[in-house]
Design a binder for this molecule. Structure first.
Ligand SMILES: [Zn+2]
Length: 192
């Protein structure tokens, strides 16, 4: 199947990974959208399809390893690495800091593609980039599924996302959906 940004968006909607309505976010803010990337990636065939866009984008780049931040990035990194025929490692949180465990190491001089599911502030990706640099590796690029940074996050290396999703959220006092008396829903609290 051929895939493009429009199709990625369709898959998100079809799997309820992206819902339109009036939602209470965990931050306490309100939004017209609910978004949970894991809901689309629970279908391995969709993960394969979406990750093929990332693999396609970086296929001409020199890459030795794919590296991802746990947890969300692992599924993406593993699949992109499989399609590119490269190794896949991940960093995980230990005392709030991303660290390489399980015997994973950065090989000096080797090239790393960083993969992630969702980028909002880019914090985890920046941490992984630091891990690679500290170990003497080279970051070739960053590939991720959804850019929720409103195009603001720049990693200073080639970056590619399969979908841009603008985050719209409101202070409850200023929420236009509340003003229309539309009941707000806590995501996951009702069957859709
Ligand atoms: Zn509201």
């Amino acid at each position: 199947m051929n895939i493009n940004e429009e199709k990625v968006l369709e898959l998100f909607e079809e799997t309820n990974a992206l819902l339109n309505g009036h939602f209470l976010l965990t931050s306490g803010r309100h939004s017209n959208q609910y978004f949970q990337c894991a809901l689309v990636l629970q279908y391995p065939e969709y993960n394969t399809l979406i990750c093929s866009l990332i693999a396609e984008y970086f296929k001409t780049y020199e890459i030795d390893y794919v590296i991802s931040p746990a947890i969300g990035g692992i599924v993406v990194g593993q699949e992109v690495a499989r399609q590119l025929g490269k190794k896949s490692i991940f960093a995980e949180r230990e005392d709030k800091t991303l660290t390489l465990r399980r015997g994973f190491q950065i090989e000096p001089g080797k090239k790393y593609l960083v993969c992630e599911d969702v980028v909002t502030t880019g914090g985890s990706v920046f941490e992984v980039i630091e891990i690679v640099k500290k170990g003497g590796g080279i970051v070739t690029g960053v590939g991720f599924i959804v850019d929720r940074s409103n195009n603001k996050v720049k990693f200073d290396v080639p970056q590619f996302s399969t979908l841009q999703l603008e985050v719209v959220s409101y202070n409850p006092d200023e929420c236009p959906l509340c003003k229309q008396n539309i009941p707000a829903i806590k995501p996951g609290s009702r069957k859709i």
